[in-house]
Design a protein around this ligand. Structure first.
Ligand SMILES: Cc1cc2nc3c(=O)[nH]c(=O)nc-3n(C[C@H](O)[C@H](O)[C@H](O)COP(=O)(O)OP(=O)(O)OC[C@H]3O[C@@H](n4cnc5c(N)ncnc54)[C@H](O)[C@@H]3O)c2cc1C
Length: 296
């Protein structure tokens, strides 16, 4: 196995163009497991750790540009206000050691349906900045996941950064696992209220071949909130609306039975998490969040 160590982004792109099957390694918390268990033996490993810009982030007026290798711990410590959903999701990843090494770029590279960043990225609205020697393109997060552990990157492309909309309202993340730490999601749910556009976005993890949004549930809730004047009044969401939202969210799942849980359990749990995260975010919106947004 050859080891490539590009010292700059340009060198990394050139190396990836020359060796499209080279496997990039950032934190290594997925790659090293695969190599150690002999699930993967790439001809070339490409270490991205000398490229400092991949571990940096910039906060813009509307979005955060998060370098592909920014570790989860940095998101939790520095971007809780701008990216509350992703910060909450980051908090549920593994252990402090893994959170200090692993990051969103690696989560996207692996594209496991159980990756914790995905529901938060889907709910917030994100774009993946992918680059190659041919140029740079922005991939909307909705188009990024193409199959089980497959993504929309071309063989010569690398992820440079992820652009995530700054929160304009409350966001929540909920995860079911067998315990509170060091656990892969049995299933997970992210929800973001966007009072600016009066919309709600969702993300479901580990309950379909890819991370998905619960689009029918979103459409139903968006219409119900609009018709009922909920955004202006901030009144409590009617239980029947919350129930219908939860049912539609459960219906968006296409889960399998596996060692972590049955398909029926996953569907049920996603419905519960949808209702809970809606309740939590709406309470936040009705309270301090809504006053701060000046939406009253
Ligand atoms: C004990 C343990 C517990 C874990 N628990 C969780 C958990 O609770 N939740 C969770 O979501 N994950 C968990 N993981 C998985 C892993 O930590 C995450 O997926 C993490 O986000 C991977 O990031 P990384 O930087 O370590 O990626 P790496 O292992 O370096 O890379 C992962 C994949 O992404 C590709 N890649 C990396 N950077 C780029 C780039 N810039 N451009 C293109 N491709 C790239 C790599 O080639 C590889 O295919 C766990 C792993 C371990 C070992």
């Amino acid at each position: 196995m050859d080891f490539l160590r590009p010292a700059s982004w340009e060198e990394a792109l050139a190396a990836k163009a020359e060796h499209p099957t080279a496997v990039p390694i950032a934190g290594g918390t997925d790659v090293m497991v695969e190599i150690n268990f002999d699930h993967r033996r790439p001809g070339h490993l490409m270490d991205l750790n000398r490229i400092g810009e991949l571990s940096e982030w910039q906060v813009g007026p509307d979005s955060v540009r998060l370098g592909a290798s920014v570790p989860y711990s940095a998101v939790m410590e520095n971007l809780r206000t701008e990216l509350p959903g992703l910060a909450l999701a980051s908090h549920t990843v593994a252990s402090p050691q893994i959170r200090n090494r692993g990051g969103v770029g690696g989560n996207l590279g692996t594209a496991s349906p159980a990756g914790d960043a995905h529901p938060a990225l889907l709910a917030a609205g994100a774009e993946v900045e992918a680059a190659s020697v041919r140029g740079t393109r922005m991939i909307p997060i909705d188009d990024f996941y193409t199959g089980v552990k497959r993504n929309a990157l071309a063989p010569d492309e690398l992820i440079r950064a992820v652009h995530i909309r700054k929160a304009d309202g409350p966001q929540q993340y909920s995860k079911v696992g067998t315990r509170n730490a060091m656990v892969i999601a049995v299933c997970a749910f992210g929800l973001a209220l966007h009072p600016g556009s009066r919309t709600v976005r969702t993300g479901i993890g580990s309950a379909a071949p890819t991370p998905v949004r619960a689009k029918e549930a979103e459409d139903f809730l968006n219409a119900a909130l609009e018709e009922g004047g909920f955004w202006e009044s901030g009144k409590i969401i009617t239980p029947s609306v919350a129930k219908q939202f939860a049912q539609l969210a459960a219906g968006a799942c296409n889960p399998i039975d596996d060692v972590r849980g049955t398909a029926a359990y996953r569907r049920h749990a996603v419905g519960i998490m949808a209702r809970r995260t809606l309740g939590w975010t709406w309470e936040q919106y009705r309270g301090a969040g809504r006053t701060l947004e000046g939406a009253a």
